[in-house]
Design a binder for this molecule. Structure first.
Ligand code: PBG
Length: 316
């Protein structure tokens, strides 16, 4: 092996064009999905603009701007007028996400409409499934409502469903009901402290207990791969790792093991960390955001769900 002075690695770093030619990992707006929150009332968010609430009317204007900026896909979350034990706002025909889909679908035929399929924004207790008599989240009775939610999204115009509830068997149940619909499975979803800003906006913090009875333990990677394996067997089209930045090793392990497209969710807390540090003058937001998302791609993600999609689009 040749060494210095024959080898000089700085040769290819001399100009920007040279660096561009040999870059191993690229980041493009076409890799990004913008999450959007639809609620009965709008709630702008000055500190974290990607975590604003839109109404059904204003989400149409937001989608128009995203399309203009070249963002290829959105992920819809709903905050209902009323919450109940069963999370009925998730699956009723005139639910908030269903109404938004019916407005968006005919206007933006090219925009990929994805929906988060979960009950936590719609249940009075804030858990992702039905709470049984013993106070625990009941897996099998939750499945039926998860499927009902996914089917009603597709009937209203969704292209892709993204189950995030972490019940066992949910991908198989959705696959059976929706043979033609792509499923992006939140396969390796951890019980994470980084969902804090999301839960404030979605008003979905659990009223009691936490999500450790269904989401993955942060210490586990082999178990995450078993979750992925199950979801592949049940018919998932895309696997997701979430959060992204504290779990780059999980992304890499999933990339090496599976050939499905791999998604990463750059979650609300990851976005807030950089925003807050930038607001304090500690780092440059644009550079830190691009570096973060490039690292997530380098670890193995094909597509990234990120609140930066809109802000970054003009910079990419
Ligand atoms: C719903 C869901 C959550 C997120 C996405 N889907 C919250 C949770 O599991 O508590 C978090 C996204 C984020 O923090 O950006 N289950």
């Amino acid at each position: 092996m040749s060494t210095f002075p024959t080898t000089r690695l700085r040769r290819l770093r001399r100009t920007s064009a040279l660096r561009d030619l040999v870059r191993e990992t690229t980041l493009s707006v076409s890799d990004l999905v913008m999450p959007l929150f639809v609620a009965p009332e709008a709630l702008p968010n000055e500190r974290l603009p990607g975590l604003a609430r839109h109404t059904v009317e204003s989400v149409v204007r937001e989608a128009e701007e995203l399309v203009r900026l070249g963002v290829p896909a959105v992920l819809l979350f709903g905050i209902p007028e009323d919450k109940d034990e069963e999370g009925s706002g998730a699956w009723i025909d005139d639910g908030i996400v269903q109404r938004a889909l019916r407005e968006l679908r005919p206007r933006f035929p090219e925009l990929v409409l994805m929906t988060d399929v979960c009950l936590c924004e719609y249940t009075s207790h804030g858990h992702c499934g039905i709470v049984g008599e013993d106070g625990a989240v009941d897996n099998d009775s939750s499945l039926e409502l998860i499927v009902r939610t996914g089917v009603s999204h597709v009937e209203a115009g969704a292209d892709v469903v993204c189950p995030s509830d972490m019940m066992d068997g949910r991908v198989g149940a959705l696959r059976e009901a929706l043979p033609q619909t792509p499923i992006v499975s939140y396969a390796a979803k951890y019980a994470s402290a980084f969902y804090g800003p999301f839960r404030d906006v979605a008003d979905s913090a659990p009223a009691f207990g936490d999500r450790r009875g269904y989401q993955l333990d942060p210490g586990n990677v082999r178990e995450a791969l078993r979750e992925c394996e199950q979801d592949v067997a049940e018919g998932a089209d895309v696997l997701m790792v979430k959060p992204a930045l504290p779990y780059l090793d999980v992304l890499r392990a999933a990339r090496d093991r599976f050939d499905l497209p791999l998604a990463a969710y750059n979650v609300s807390g990851e976005y807030a960390m950089v925003k807050t540090a930038a607001a304090a003058g500690d780092l440059d937001e644009r550079a830190a955001a691009i570096e973060t998302l490039t690292a997530i791609r380098r670890a193995g993600a094909d597509l990234i769900f990120t609140y930066w999609a809109k802000e970054l689009a003009p910079w990419l």
